[in-house]
Design a protein around this ligand. Structure first.
Ligand code: 0RA
Length: 649
């Protein structure tokens, strides 16, 4: 085959036009061109390998961040087919997969029943949004290679480069390796964040029992991180509950599937209760995607859970005739459960496209739970008894909580009547012009007060760790003075009562240090806003202040540089620059002038606007992967804290 890029036929031109459409509207294909979109590129490629593994043909996926900024995904599957394409005779099948939109596993006899992919867009989209893509395919004893450049143009047609490596068993290796370099003219940032990828890869390993994922970051010399969970979602539940006190040691599990004319579906559920008080430990997934807004699978499971537990309780006289049925939230208190479904054509709906809409999944989940959970309860009488004791206590606590909440609501502090003492309010009464800076620590709060423009900027210092909202029940949370100050300063109420019309500031800016504690507080605040003031996030009123990482002197002026990329760009532009770069101190150590210049001056500051999706991710990641254990969370952040810019976003 030719390796020359010339002599495009009509089809090749058509193909390039398809990829051009992706470059024109990247957001339509990968959601955004921010960090989330950048990381979707990796998931898109990995999802193809996961599909190959789920079809029973691959066991191991290596994800490697290359020192030069590229990303390599390697699997030991069958290898993308290399023969001539039937539909596009001038291209090989592999070239079609890389250049034609939605050409994933749809051709040949080997197509997949169910396929992952957040947007299910295929590797061609990754190609369209990369400056270079290299693919190697080991198949039929040969190694084949091809390469693309500048958004999908073929620079090396598929060609044979020799024998495929032979393993110790004497069998030729098969598999696919894809390397890509995201296009910096498309993405705001092209540096991957290891933590973000690790979280997702770990989740994938939990959701695909037995799948072996190896992650290596060659940009630094850290050892590879490996995930493999033979127990799948049972191990996931065990992992979430590891930092909690479980109510019993067994992790329940059941699954069911159904084949229909319009495709197949399967549901898997794992569950265990802990002694905690959340009733939001239910996490659901559809084709490996975290459905944080729930949907049909969750509905079916929840309904049947409530039914089945109540039915069991009545049949075993654990509820008396005169007792009311236990409510769903009582039964779910302390429950950690994973509901994972796979289906042919998932419909993602809702605000963040994270709600499963396929109606038939509801009845499958419901029937499976009604039948198999009932069996599990019969087989586990002592566990069943504990679950019922806990649910009964929760029902009583719910009553008490309602009374406490009513009392709290009557308190004037929460109606915005009195403003908190430590709030340095701004003089403007126009919410559109007003900004609230939530500042970690009193000393930073002091500098911020000195530095601010008092007409438009209000300062609210938050001391130490605010209450861990993840762990607390609502009434306890509202009793916390830091939370009360926050609620009354913002002025829109809280929880179901929250109204974005009443808020006193249109910008609520979280200003924390770029260290572990700062990141902790930032995540807590985002979790709080996401759960208790969601419209504030939805309307785009929540921001994160991003102090620069470096400063340096140019003549008599100080120049601030946002991050390593900005520093590199500065050095490119000033090759003779000899002055040193200072790494900037924590917020508390800056004086007012410095704080103003780096972080608060509207002309030069960098504010990151938080989307519902980001807040939801902060919330979800926080509660799923970290549980209640602050220590393990700290360790996790510390080992991944190289890139402080993206911390927790
Ligand atoms: C289409 C058909 C077949 C495999 C694949 C695609 C495939 C794609 C990717 C992408 C990354 N790794 C992959 N592994 C496989 C079936 C091939 C056959 O029938 O042998």
């Amino acid at each position: 085959m030719s390796t020359e890029p010339e002599s495009y036929g009509a089809e090749a031109i058509q193909v390039l036009e398809g990829l051009e459409a992706v470059r024109k509207r990247p957001g339509m294909y990968i959601g955004s061109t921010g960090p989330a979109g950048l990381h979707h590129m990796v998931y898109e490629v990995v999802d193809n390998s996961v599909d190959e593994a789920m079809a029973g043909h691959a066991t191991t996926i290596h994800v490697t961040l290359l020192a030069d900024g590229g990303c390599e995904v390697r699997d030991d599957g069958r290898g993308i087919p290399v023969e001539q394409s039937i539909q596009y005779p001038e291209l090989s099948a592999a070239e079609v997969v890389l250049t034609v939109l939605h050409a994933g596993g749809k051709f040949g006899g080997g197509g997949y029943k169910v396929s992952g992919g957040l947007h299910g867009v295929g590797i061609s989209v990754v190609n369209a949004l990369s400056t270079r893509v290299e693919v190697e395919i080991d198949r039929d004893g040969r190694r084949h290679a091809m390469a693309f450049a500048d958004g999908g143009g073929i620079v090396e047609s598929l060609h044979d480069i020799g024998e495929a490596p032979v393993g110790p068993d004497g069998v030729s290796r098969t598999g696919t390796t894809v390397r890509f370099w995201p296009d910096p003219t498309i993405f705001d940032e092209v540096s991957f964040r290891a933590t973000t990828l690790l979280e997702r890869l770990q989740m994938m390993a939990f959701l695909n029992a037995g799948l072996h994922i190896v992650f290596t970051d060659q940009r630094q010399d850290s050892p590879p991180v490996e995930f493999r969970y033979e127990g799948g979602i049972r191990d996931f539940v065990r992992h979430v509950n590891a930092t909690k006190e479980s109510l019993f040691s067994d992790v329940g599990y059941f699954s069911a599937s159904e084949d229909r004319d319009d495709g197949s579906m399967e549901v898997e559920v794992a569950f265990q209760w802990n002694t905690g008080y959340h009733s939001d430990g239910l996490h659901s997934f559809a084709n490996g995607i975290n459905t944080i807004e729930g949907g049909m699978h969750e509905e079916g499971f929840k309904k049947a859970l409530t039914n089945t537990v109540n039915r069991y309780a009545r049949e075993h006289q654990l509820l008396k005739d005169k007792d009311e049925n236990l409510q769903g939230e009582d039964i779910r208190e302390g429950l950690t459960a994973i509901v994972s479904v796979r289906l042919t054509d998932p419909q993602f709906e809702g605000q963040t496209k994270a709600k499963l809409g396929n109606v038939p999944v509801r009845s499958l989940a419901e029937r499976a739970t009604n039948e198999k959970l009932a069996e599990w309860l019969e087989e586990h009488p002592s566990e069943a008894k504990r679950i019922l004791q806990k649910a009964t206590q929760a029902a009583r606590a719910r009553e008490a909580a309602r009374n406490a909440r009513d009392a709290t609501r009557r308190k004037s502090a929460l109606d915005g009547a009195g403003l908190p003492g430590k709030l340095a309010d701004c003089s403007s009464k126009d919410p559109r012009a007003s900004e609230l800076y939530i500042v970690e620590g009193n000393s930073a709060g002091g500098s911020a007060k000195d530095a601010r423009n008092s007409e438009t900027m209000a300062i609210l210092p938050i001391r130490g760790k605010i209450l861990n909202v993840e762990r607390a029940r609502l009434e306890r949370m509202l009793a916390n003075t830091e939370i009360q100050a926050l609620v009354s300063a913002i002025g829109g109420g809280v929880g179901d009562d929250f109204s974005a019309e009443k808020i006193r500031y249109h910008k609520v800016i979280i200003m924390c240090d770029a260290d572990v504690d700062g990141s902790h507080i930032r995540t807590l605040l985002l979790t709080f806003f996401f759960r208790q003031m969601r419209p504030l996030v939805e309307h785009g009123h929540v921001f994160i202040a991003q102090p620069p990482l470096y400063s340096t002197e140019v003549g008599r002026n100080k120049v601030y540089l946002k991050d390593d990329a900005a520093k590199a760009a500065f050095l490119d532009a000033h090759p003779n620059h000899k002055n040193e770069f200072q790494r900037l101190k924590g917020l508390g150590e800056m004086d007012a002038t410095e704080l103003w210049e780096t972080t608060m001056d509207p002309v030069s500051r960098t504010l990151l606007q938080i989307s519902v999706e980001q807040a939801a991710i902060a919330d979800e990641v926080f509660s799923i992967l970290m549980g209640d254990d602050v220590e393990s969370r700290k360790t996790f952040i510390q080992t991944n804290a190289q890139d402080v810019r993206f911390l927790d976003i």
